[in-house]
Design a protein around this ligand. Structure first.
Ligand code: NDP
Length: 474
């Protein structure tokens, strides 16, 4: 009998099945469209994998209590697979939805399946094709009993950090795993947008060619920016298009697609009252980028107001490259600080009891945002588990202090030349707002009281008291 089953044999499911099999488990596989199963079995016939054309046959291949991974398109397909499975499962069997499901769907499914006696886990898996095959970062949510049933498997198939710790740990109840995966993806959006803005500045201010930028990113990857995203970005700049013999990146259409996890996170953060401007701007920029046709028209009609001669950067290119690196790192610290604070707020709201140090630690390898930097975040929460915001961790506080002048300079240069840097600048605005004892919200409260008698509090009175003023002498 098979130890575990995988439903959905596209990129992620197929590779996850191979990863599990390589770790000495017998795997049963099933896919809605049988030809995909046949292809998979043709390529992997020599392995300890069994398959069935029918879902019932697949379920019967599994040892009891059954453990089943679902790796299909998020949304209705997951409900459909669960509904079909319920015809054949018994109490005590376990379903793990390992796709990018919306956490509220996972909450709903967890309640529905618990009532039927079926164990359920919503598991975030990150690392793309390569990670699924060789070791992803895994974020499992669900009941602790269900986690105990599969802990040994997930620990074996997960990525391992430099210190040998597996990049998987129990995240929390119900939708906690998918919630954290969604925030992971949203941080990934912000990280990618920040890197894109750094590239845009190097390209448009210094007029550097992709080959040169590749070298810069390679250098950056040797220092504190060392990360998977910086590494693949340097490789992207080196790729020459077979057809045109030009750098391929210059030929890729500038319309960014998205599957929803960034947007869900922004929507949810607004609901929770959590400020995540770097993530929001990354989502918004993908949306604006997708309006290519409108941008082409506007580019011919709207003015930049830039005096090219006056705004032209005339300093040393090396100095600006270093300033961009520092600005990127400072922005990145802020983007992660925002994402982690969102997790803190959500943990309280949804009673997830998240361990932020453990979460940062399991992102250190296997996933798309893996980076040397995550060791520092792990360390920050290990030293101070009650840390409210990463900006207040002394290492980051001081790092930001060192990078601030360059961060401001880079944003000024970009804004002066009309180059959009929404994630860089919204991160700086977040930083400046967060560190401000006084914000102009006093005026907003006054306006609200003026037109709507919404009342206000006074700096010199008890905060339980509300005041209303007659702002105009009649
Ligand atoms: P896709 O998201 O492209 O999903 C394809 C699979 O879903 C196929 O097996 C397909 O079956 C199945 N499917 C679609 N609709 C249904 C349905 N109604 N009933 C049953 N099966 C259905 O594949 P990926 O491998 O890329 O991703 C799987 C999941 O993992 C998704 O939730 C995705 O968001 C997530 N994920 C993907 C990552 C990536 O890098 N690709 C990274 C991390 C997570 P059929 O062959 O019959 O069409």
């Amino acid at each position: 009998m098979a130890d575990i089953g995988v439903i959905g044999l596209s990129t992620m499911g197929g590779n996850l099945a191979l990863n599990i099999e390589r770790n000495k488990f017998k795997v049963a596989v099933y896919n809605r469209t049988y030809s995909r199963t046949e292809n998979f079995m043709k390529q992997n016939g020599d392995k300890n994998i069994v398959s069935s054309e029918k879902l019932e046959g697949f379920v019967n291949l599994l040892s009891k209590p059954r453990k089943i991974i679902i790796m299909v398109v998020a949304g209705k397909p997951v409900d459909s697979v669960i509904e079909q499975l319920l015809n054949y499962l018994e109490k005590g069997d376990l379903i793990m939805d390992c796709g990018n499901s919306f956490f509220e769907d996972t909450e709903r499914r967890a309640i529905m399946l618990e009532e039927k006696g079926i164990k359920f886990m919503g598991v975030g898996v990150s690392g793309g094709e390569e990670g699924a095959l060789n070791g992803p970062s895994i974020m499992p949510g669900g009941s602790p009993e269900a986690w105990n049933d599969v802990k040994h498997i997930l620990e074996l198939i997960s990525a391992k950090a430099d210190d040998g710790r597996p990049c998987v740990d129990y995240i929390g109840p119900r939708g906690a795993g998918h919630y954290v995966k969604s925030v992971h993806n949203a941080i990934e959006y912000a990280d990618m947008q920040l890197i894109a803005e750094a590239y845009d500045i190097l390209r448009k201010v210094l007029k550097l060619q992709p080959q040169k930028i590749a070298q810069i990113f390679e250098d950056w990857n040797k220092g504190e920016l060392d990360s998977y995203l910086i590494e693949i970005t340097s490789k992207i700049f080196k790729k020459i298009d077979d057809k045109t013999q030009k750098p391929l990146v210059d030929i890729v259409l500038d319309k960014a697609a998205q599957k929803g996890t960034g947007k869900w996170t922004s929507q949810n953060a607004l609901n929770l009252g959590a400020p995540i401007p770097a993530i929001n701007s990354a989502v918004v920029e993908r949306v604006i980028s997708s309006m290519k046709e409108k941008r082409v028209i506007a580019s011919k009609k709207l003015f930049s107001g830039v005096d090219e001669e006056k705004a032209k950067y005339s300093g040393s290119p090396e100095e600006l490259i270093e300033s961009v690196r520092k600005a990127l790192y400072a922005s990145k610290i802020n983007a992660y600080a925002q994402g982690m604070e969102l997790l803190l707020i959500a943990s309280e709201e949804y009673k997830y009891n998240l361990n932020l140090g453990s979460i940062a630690s399991l992102w250190r390898s296997g996933c798309i945002i893996r980076a040397k930097f995550l060791n520092l975040i792990t360390q920050a929460y290990e030293e101070d588990p009650k840390l409210t915001n990463l900006l207040l961790y002394p290492y980051f506080t001081n790092k930001l202090k060192d990078n601030l002048a360059d961060w401001r300079k880079v944003i000024q240069i970009a804004v002066g030349l009309g180059i959009p840097v929404p994630a860089f600048s919204s991160s700086l605005a977040y930083y400046d707002s967060y560190r401000s004892e006084f914000l102009p919200a006093n005026l907003i409260q006054a306006q609200r009281d003026f037109f709507g008698a919404h009342t206000f509090k006074r700096l010199d009175a008890d905060l339980n008291e509300n005041f209303h003023a007659h702002w105009e002498d009649k």
